[in-house]
Design a protein around this ligand. Structure first.
Ligand SMILES: NC(=O)c1ccc[n+]([C@@H]2O[C@H](COP(=O)([O-])OP(=O)(O)OC[C@H]3O[C@@H](n4cnc5c(N)ncnc54)[C@H](O)[C@@H]3O)[C@@H](O)[C@H]2O)c1
Ligand SMILES: N[C@@H](CCO)C(=O)O
Ligand code: NA
Length: 439
């Protein structure tokens, strides 16, 4: 038991997109939140290096040193909204050590330092909540930790970076250039402070690590995830994929089998009939396959001030209810008691089996296709679909697009190297994994 609180005081550190959105949502819904929490929830202290013109703080005290908030004895819940893993980690540690509960949206911090931070929180009898860290406003952490608690989870797959999905959607639907759409995503507040995290798959990797930890009951394993971003995708690959009945999405995939655990984020061809193939713009979606429930799908805004604030405030309301009742919720941070976390073994990428999309540029003469198919055949790889485009006027080379059947990545790489060495093939072969996503 902890002392029952009649009013729960919040300290917000960082008043940018999400911090500002959270401040506003707490102000705008003050009565509603008090009714839901059974206690008043008030922002007592803000830590911000500078004012945010879009988020006037009125008479709420503002400190320029965010650590003043961690030192404020009146603050019960510190909301970390500065991002990064250096100062943010020091701040969260200081707050936990001072006996404050912490709410964060910081997936980099949870993925990289969650193991230590959850232990520190437990040591000090306080909570560390992170719903906003994955898939923005979608309550996926609660779904995995509580709603699916009766299931063994075999796999999950998700579109978990809003910026990347926004870019791919705009490129496909409007033919817009990558850089221009990225700038718009930054202006809309979707992108990370360093947007290479979004477009190189690092942000999705952080989120996948968190999802896998909850789904499989393993510690955060950031070094085990393979990450590839969307920067090498070309409009022609998006177009050819569509001709073959697929959409290209940036996907995070976590799978558990007798071989071990696969953790990977990369561009993926998905059959166009799948729900995930039709998740567009800044929306995210996570498909989770439980052994009892079967496939379940969670969809909503993956980034942006108000959607992300929705998840931050949900954590705050949960905590306020618990503090009002004088009892923290006994659900562990990762859904299982720390001593019950399993030691995972991971499948190496060369052993991961998926179908592949390949695009090669070949000389337009008889026999070339049979050379390509026989080099794939030598590695036991068969072909599901193949299209050879007509050569442009005066051209002797043609694009050839192949979809393979399921192939071990190591075997595929051997075949691709042999095909690239053929004198009739020009340059490197573009390749993208395919996921059928049938449960
Ligand atoms: N933007 C989104 O849609 C979104 C969604 C989910 C999670 N997140 C996460 O939320 C966190 C915040 O992201 P954001 O988009 O609001 O970023 P932001 O850049 O808009 O806001 C961060 C704020 O923190 C301040 N800040 C940074 N370092 C500081 C320091 N040392 N001392 C004082 N102030 C400092 C900055 O001045 C800025 O105002 C990040 O962890 C991010 O990954 C963002
Ligand atoms: N930059 C992230 C924010 C949400 O975590 C994204 O675009 O998905
Ligand atoms: Na979420």
């Amino acid at each position: 038991m902890i002392n029952e609180l009649r009013a729960v005081n919040i300290g917000i550190c960082g008043l940018g997109t999400v911090g500002g959105g959270t401040f506003s949502l707490l102000q705008n819904h003050e009565e509603l939140l008090a009714a839901r929490a059974g206690t008043s929830v008030k922002v007592k202290h803000v830590g911000a290096r500078r004012d945010n013109p879009e988020c006037p703080t009125g008479d709420t005290p503002v400190s320029r040193d965010i650590f003043d908030v961690a030192r404020d004895p009146d603050v019960h819940v510190l909301v970390e909204m500065i991002g990064g893993t250096t100062v943010a980690r020091e701040l969260v540690e200081a707050a936990l050590r001072a006996g404050k509960h912490v709410v964060t949206a910081n997936k980099a911090l949870i993925a990289e330092a969650g193991n230590e931070l959850f232990a520190l929180a437990a040591q000090h009898g306080v909570a560390l909540r992170y719903e906003a860290a994955v898939a923005g406003g979608i309550p996926i952490i609660k779904a995995l930790r509580e709603g699916l608690a009766g299931n063994e989870i075999h796999w999950l797959a998700g579109i978990i970076n809003g910026t990347g999905n926004f870019i791919l959607t705009e490129m496909r639907d409007k033919g817009r250039a990558f850089d221009e759409v990225l700038k718009e995503a930054q202006a809309l507040g979707y992108a990370e402070a360093d947007p290479t995290f979004d477009v190189e798959g690092i942000d999705a990797a952080h989120k996948l690590v968190i999802l896998a930890s909850l789904a499989f009951g393993i510690p955060m394993s950031v070094d085990a995830v393979f990450a590839e971003g969307i920067t090498k995708l070309t409009p022609e690959d998006l177009g050819y994929a569509e001709e073959l009945g697929y959409r290209v999405k940036h996907l995070g995939v976590a799978k558990q089998s007798s071989e071990g655990i696969e953790l990977r984020v990369h561009p993926t061809l998905i059959p166009e009939s799948r729900l995930l193939a039709n998740v567009n713009g800044v929306k995210n979606a996570v498909l989770v396959e439980g052994d009892a429930v079967g496939p379940t799908l969670y969809y909503g805004a993956g980034a942006g001030a108000q959607p992300t604030a929705s998840a931050v405030v949900a954590d705050i309301v949960d905590l306020a209810r618990e503090l009002a009742a004088g009892q923290l919720c006994p659900v562990p941070s990762l859904g299982v008691a720390p001593e019950a976390l399993k030691s995972p073994s991971f499948v190496s990428m060369s052993d991961v089996v998926t179908p592949w999309y390949l695009r090669l540029e070949a000389e337009d003469r008889p026999g070339v296709m049979s050379e390509v198919t026989s080099l794939l055949g030598e590695q036991g790889i068969s072909i599901e679909a193949l299209i050879q485009k007509a050569p442009g006027t005066g051209q002797t080379r043609v694009p050839v697009i192949v979809i393979t059947n399921a192939a071990r990545q190591g075997d595929l790489e051997t075949a691709v190297a042999a095909i690239e060495a053929l004198p009739t093939i020009t340059g490197t072969i573009a390749r993208i994994r395919v996921e059928s996503l049938d449960g």
